[in-house]
Design a binder for this molecule. Structure first.
Ligand code: PLP
Length: 388
């Protein structure tokens, strides 16, 4: 029996890096001034925000004015999508949005609401069986009234990495703002906004070893954006509200740490991931890899198992100390098939058998050994129970 806890749910959230905790701690009780003030404490807080903004801008290859701190990935996506959709419609620049069938609900539900309640129209481009968008489909969906394209950088359920730079090139040729949800990609993939050809990019702190409750939105200078919130002049009036200084310091520090070892960590995780994938597919009959065989996040291994119900699998693994997920973290627990797997063409029943194992900074080779030693019996047990 596995004794140690093996956490393989880093796509749901990550632990906060102790170096990040150390960086943010002084800003709770020592330097706590409101950054809008003019006294010393306030200036120290404002200085910390300004340094953090510069750090993030350097990593994304943009100017600090193009960085907005938000409360989470969901808020970054909402501000980007609503902000551009409203601004462009107000300027008579269209009401048609293009997105994909595998977006996170932070994007999908936002666009659906714009269409259902505010008179926008959308084209949802399909994905192939590996969960990838074809840039040609984006090109074909463009209309004269298209005002925004939103395609995620990497999928949260199956880890498929999308051809963002190529899609961005198409968007640019047509002068259409391009938003990408980089929440899952930020810890692993290159983040240069110019190389990616993106105009808006969303990041979430808790997926990159910073706390829950902080996010980043990059907005390219000149991109029309009508802020969904009103209030003070914080974050260039795009996300008003007194700044969360400790968390802003934290997300900048975590991005800095990640960027300093991005390539080494990618290589390490890819090796562990591929060994895990190979081991599972070889040891378990009726198993299949979901998502792209190579164009996938370095930390993401996702599977389907014929005749095996995901919740049972997760509970049995949990009893062994292995913490994993099925669909996206937001839908786990609901007996509905994953919209991502359905969009990839999986039959309803197989979509209910998804297992997502997402590795992270603490994952070591013995963790993979333990999963490979236990998973085949667990799948067999859940399959046997399903027959009764
Ligand atoms: N986008 C993607 C792809 C995600 O995986 C998530 C979280 O699971 C979000 C957006 C939402 O981020 P947050 O939890 O910070 O609101």
């Amino acid at each position: 029996m596995t004794k140690k806890t093996i956490y393989l749910d880093h796509a749901a959230t990550t632990p906060v890096d102790p170096q990040v905790v150390a960086a943010m701690l002084p800003y709770f009780s020592d330097i706590y001034g409101n950054a809008s003030g003019i006294h010393k404490q306030a200036r120290q807080s404002a200085g910390a925000i300004s340094t953090s903004r510069q750090t993030v801008a350097d990593i994304l290859g943009c100017s600090p004015q193009e960085i907005i701190f938000t409360a989470c990935g969901t808020e970054s996506d909402n501000i980007a999508i609503r902000g551009v959709a409203w601004a462009r419609r107000q300027a008579g620049q269209g009401h048609h949005l293009i997105t994909s069938s595998i977006e996170h609900h932070a994007v999908g539900c936002t666009i659906n609401q714009l269409c259902d309640k505010f008179g926008f129209e959308q084209t949802v481009v399909p994905v192939d069986k590996h969960g990838q968008v074809n840039p040609a489909d984006i090109k074909a969906a463009i209309r004269p009234e298209t005002s925004l394209i939103s395609i995620m950088y990497a999928n949260n359920e199956v880890g498929a990495v999308q051809p963002i730079a190529e899609i961005g090139e198409i968007a640019r040729e047509h002068d259409i703002p391009f938003h990408t949800d980089a929440v899952q990609a930020a810890a692993y993939e290159p983040l240069s906004v110019n190389a990616l050809n993106v105009d808006l990019l969303a990041i979430s702190g808790h997926k990159i070893y910073a706390p829950k409750g902080i996010g980043i939105l990059y907005v390219r200078q000149g991109t029309p954006l009508l802020a969904p919130y009103t209030g003070g002049s914080h974050e260039q009036k795009r996300r008003p509200g007194t700044e969360n200084v400790p968390y802003i310091v934290a997300i900048a520090k975590s991005l800095e740490l990640i960027d300093s070892h991005r390539n080494d960590e990618r290589a390490r995780l890819i090796q562990l991931r591929d060994w895990l994938i190979k081991g599972v597919l070889e040891a378990i009959p009726g198993s299949g890899l979901s998502g792209h065989p190579t164009e996938r996040l370095p930390n993401s291994a996702s599977f389907v198992f014929e005749g095996c119900e995901a919740d049972g699998l997760l509970m049995h693994l949990d009893m062994l100390g292995i913490q994993a997920a099925s669909g996206s973290s937001c839908t786990t627990g609901m007996p509905e098939p994953s919209h991502v797997l359905m969009a990839m063409g999986y039959p309803h029943e197989l979509s209910l058998s998804a297992l997502r194992l997402t590795l992270g900074q603490q994952t070591v080779a013995t963790d993979i050994d333990d999963v490979l030693a236990n998973l085949p019996q667990v799948v067999e047990k859940v399959r046997t129970l399903a027959r009764y």
